[in-house]
Design a protein around this ligand. Sequence first.
Ligand code: KG4
Ligand code: ZN
Length: 348
Amino acid sequence: MSDPLILGIESTCDETGVALVRGRELLADVTATSMDEYARFGGIIPEIASRAHLESFIPTLDAALEAAGADLGEVDAVAVCAGPGLIGSLTVGISAAKALAASLGRPVYGVNHVIGHLAVDELVDGPLPERFIGLIVSGGHSNLLRIGDIATDVVELGGTLDDAAGEAFDKVGRLLGLPYPGGPHVDRLSQQGDRKAIRFPRGLAAAKDRERHRYDFSFSGLKTAVARYVESLEDAGKQVPGADVCAAFSEAVNDSLTAKAVQACLDTGCDTLVVGGGYSANSRLRELAAERCEAAGITLRLPPLRFCTDNGAQIAALGSAAVRAGVEPSPMGFAPDSGMPLDIAVAS
Ligand code: KG4
Ligand code: ZN
């Protein structure tokens, strides 16, 4: 018998994603985004995002079904992001998912968007190992997780005490006058700079923090150091070496992320590191993670760039993993959870 057909719906932020997955095979993955509407505001406006989800949902669903050559009636289960995310955006996706599930007489799984960023890797590199370390890096999260079964056994080891990696990049982008969202622009500029030109601080690297905050991150001190550096040059009427600032800043963020991720693997005896989230598109993160994992004998699994941004495939992949693990579907009354904890993969 073939694996069940899972319809995945993503609507945590500005992307409306719909995907179809059978087992670990991706059949279709279609995304619409309202990101262009926010450039003039310098940040996402939740009400605009919610309305955009409403307008995009049916066309995105239709396009996904067509791409997969599937009929809605063939869907065996519906998976939707239950959180964390913007409450209005989540509400649109969840309402659509419940309506579809009820009308089809199929179960609905409210899954964790963030864990989905790791689950999507199964669609590319095959089954995840029995246990591994997950590094989640996005605009809202920077966390280290210890994972057994992705649908049932996720333990949070640590996370950022202040800014997330993507958020810190966006703030530095704004500081340097780059367009929103700044992350990809800072990344691009950093590739033309000298990462050793300036030595910016690494958060929580002092000996006293190394035990207490072994798996935690902090990027706000670094961001302030970058701001001070830029201000002092501007006050002195000197030109700011934008590429060098980006390269040195990027190095500091990625040094912390990769050092602690490798440490977590070594401490827990996990020989695989899986990275996911929007920030995992960062070029220096990818390079440094590859170097350090290879040196430590750790297998690195990084999503291809098209799976770094939010997408329906990550939701369908986690839904599929939940069905495979025999997890109970979510009750029809489950609510969106803007702060869904990272150790809950499926809403109950
Ligand atoms: O996972 P994601 O799409 O949305 C959240 O759930 O937050 O991550 C988006 C974040 C933004 O902060 C964006 O600026 C950042 O990831 N980002 C990058 C790069 N691509 C996206 N940051 C640095 N370098 C990149 N190449
Ligand atoms: Zn995300």
